[in-house]
Design a protein around this ligand. Structure first.
Ligand SMILES: Cc1cc2nc3c(=O)[nH]c(=O)nc-3n(C[C@H](O)[C@H](O)[C@H](O)COP(=O)(O)OP(=O)(O)OC[C@H]3O[C@@H](n4cnc5c(N)ncnc54)[C@H](O)[C@@H]3O)c2cc1C
Length: 307
């Protein structure tokens, strides 16, 4: 079968693109990595800035978007796109582990993933005390001691979330100040079981089978010191998942270059959501991209340009 459009990624951008494509009567297929939790937004326990959904969990918001797409008949296949073949030809091919799908256009909506910090043992202890998602894994640390690394919104939100579960939370950051929004800074500073460690680097994990602590180095320390911990959450930001399009479309700092019309440098390939170079990466801008991308796809399919 030849699809009009294949959407890669079923986060808010991809699901919105799916809904718009279906409503435009396009023959659409949506691919989603089957090992994914669905979207970055599922990592947060509280979304307060998406209109119509005051104070909803990220998972609930995501589930309602996915339900909407499925209710109107968007086909979502749990397969990860592994390669894009013939990307610069009119008929492109998207390769997954088991299939090759043919399509006239692609909307790339693969979003972003948490950045790694780079301390020794980070990969080795993932799932055994190192986590990138407090909302997903926080409940394992009831009455325990945890560290949260970072000073931005994600880390501070995670520290606040963990303060309700853990006995003690260390909020550990390299800088001498937080970058999080003022309202979050004020909230975390009020919490009696959150200890903020400024100008501290995490060097390595201590532990046998699971995390038992970390070696940390305060600014100016010659030798590192030990911090006893049951778990450590890394919340230092995100990196776009754009490796699949490297060398195939123009990128800037790993983000795909496209304006609001979501048209990339390669005809027939469009980008939506956090993978696009833009100023604000949020659910609302991801959804807007999904809608704009399909508008451009429709123009491309009829006129060949998208503009
Ligand atoms: C902790 C946290 C809290 C946040 N809080 C808020 C908030 O309160 N309000 C707000 O508006 N925004 C918030 N955001 C930002 C918001 O989550 C993102 O801007 C939004 O999810 C981006 O949507 P997206 O569809 O571009 O990408 P994503 O949500 O990242 O979804 C991408 C999808 O693509 C899939 N995928 C990736 N590669 C492939 C592949 N090769 N093949 C198939 N599928 C693939 C992924 O598995 C995923 O399902 C938060 C983010 C984080 C991390």
């Amino acid at each position: 079968m030849l699809y009009d459009v294949i959407i890669i990624g079923a986060g808010p951008a991809g699901l919105t693109a799916g809904i718009y494509a279906k409503r435009a009567c396009l023959n659409v297929l949506l691919l989603q990595d089957k090992y994914s939790i669905g979207s970055q937004i599922c990592n947060t326990y509280e979304v307060c800035n998406y209109p119509g959904f005051n104070n909803v969990s990220g998972q609930e918001l995501y589930d309602s978007m996915r339900r909407h797409a499925m209710e109107i008949g968007v086909t979502i296949v749990s397969e990860k796109a592994e390669d894009i073949i013939d990307y610069n030809l009119p008929i492109k091919k998207v390769k997954t582990k088991d299939n090759i799908y043919e399509t006239r256009s692609i909307v790339y909506a693969a979003g972003a993933s948490p950045k790694k910090y780079g301390f020794e043992g980070e990969d080795h202890y993932v799932g055994n005390g190192v986590s990138y998602c407090a909302t997903c894994d926080g409940s394992f640390y009831k009455d325990k001691v945890v560290g949260v690394i970072g000073g931005g919104d994600v880390a501070v939100e995670d520290a606040i979330f963990m303060s309700r579960i853990a006995k003690h939370v260390y909020l550990i950051m390299r800088r001498n100040e937080m970058r999080a929004t003022k309202i979050l800074q004020e909230e975390v500073k009020k919490l009696t079981n959150v200890e903020i460690l400024y100008e501290v680097q995490v060097e390595s994990i201590i532990g046998d089978l699971k995390v038992e602590g970390a070696l940390i180095r305060r600014k100016g320390d010659v030798i590192p010191s030990e911090l006893t911990l049951d778990g450590i959450f890394v919340g230092i930001g995100i990196a776009p998942d754009t490796a699949l399009l490297k060398g195939k479309v123009e990128m800037d700092n790993d983000y795909i270059v496209a304006s609001e019309n979501c048209i990339t440098s390669t005809p027939g390939i469009f980008v939506a959501g956090d993978a696009r170079r833009k100023a604000l990466r949020q659910v609302i801008t991801a959804c807007a991209d999904g809608a704009n991308a399909i508008t451009s796809v429709q123009r491309y399919l009829t006129s060949g340009t998208g503009t």
